[in-house]
Design a protein around this ligand. Structure first.
Ligand code: A3P
Length: 284
């Protein structure tokens, strides 16, 4: 149940041998037609996958109801995901939690479309705490206090949230890069989906968009066994202890962090992110 460290980043599963991660970084070739979903874990990755699948199937639910979500937009850094992606013809939707310094180098010369989804790190922290409490992949945090420390220090899966976001946001001026926050996606999903369609060069009819909004909603996704992770064996995810789709709201951190923790968090955020334009972060 230990982490595997690679170039300063803790990886959670047995699924990430260093030679594989090195190979991905050096040799995976991105194509201009590729569409990438990049996130720090617990930022709404799977929600965005569901939305993109529904964009490409024009609101039709066949795909999302017959193929597990991790096969529709595989994780590049896992050996299984890599295999599915490597020789795939046509549209390649792919997902990654890799920080920019470990990402395939070919991204810097490619016009692949990149969507970086990010979320209030306080909610990422709380969501991560609950996730790691039901997962059997690495050692469980004993308390939220303990996980809070790990998160601030970057000793959680895929490292420091602050470094991850800072690294990827450095790409934000590129025309093939779209930054999207979980909050704007939640507060005005319709508008955010239209923005996504425009970025991807896709067009949806009104009834297709309505179907997309319905089927990617928290409640409907939670019922879809191809998307709610109940197909994962319980030696990986202990379904008795909680659900992958937990609450699906912004601001839930206020229920869990103490006033003192919130103050510490504000200070760390300020220290680490002060030089970035603060209007990038919509949750203030
Ligand atoms: P919570 O734990 O706060 O509920 P990821 O997919 O990156 O692991 O992120 C998981 C988080 O996204 C969880 O947050 C999960 O509930 C939330 N999520 C998943 N599907 C969602 C949806 N359709 N709408 C809103 N939030 C969703």
């Amino acid at each position: 149940d230990e982490y595997v460290w690679f170039e300063g980043i803790p990886f959670p599963f047995v699924n990430f041998p260093p030679e594989h991660l090195r190979n991905v970084k050096e040799n995976f070739v991105l194509k201009d037609e590729d569409v990438l979903i990049l996130t720090f874990p617990k930022s709404g990755t799977n929600w965005l996958i569901e939305i993109l699948c529904l964009i490409y199937s024009k609101g039709d639910t066949k795909w999302i109801q017959s193929v597990p979500i991790w096969e529709r937009s595989p994780w590049l850094e896992t050996s299984n995901g890599y295999k599915l992606l490597k020789d795939k013809e046509g549209l390649r939707l792919m997902t990654s939690h890799l920080p920019i310094h470990l990402f395939p180098k070919s991204i810097f010369k490619s016009n692949a479309k990149v969507i970086y989804l990010f979320r209030n790190p306080r909610d990422v922290l709380v969501s991560g705490y609950f996730f790691w409490t039901i997962s059997n992949l690495v050692k469980r945090p004993e308390s939220l206090e303990q996980y809070f420390e790990w998160f601030i220090q970057g000793n959680v899966a895929f490292g420091s949230w602050f470094d991850h976001v800072r690294g990827w946001l450095s790409m934000r001026e590129k025309k093939n890069f779209l930054m999207l926050s979980y909050e704007e996606l939640k507060w005005d999903t319709r508008n955010a989906v239209q923005k996504l369609c425009q970025f991807l060069g896709q067009k949806l009819e009104p009834d297709e968009l309505n179907s997309l909004l319905k089927h990617s909603s928290f409640q409907v996704m939670k019922e879809n066994k191809m998307s709610n992770y109940t197909l994962l064996p319980s030696n990986l995810l202990d379904h008795e202890r909680g659900s992958f789709l937990r609450k699906g709201i912004p601001g839930d951190w206020k229920t869990y962090l103490t006033v003192a923790q919130a103050e510490v968090f504000d200070k760390v955020f300020e220290e680490k992110m002060a030089d970035l334009p603060q209007e990038l972060f919509p949750w203030k």
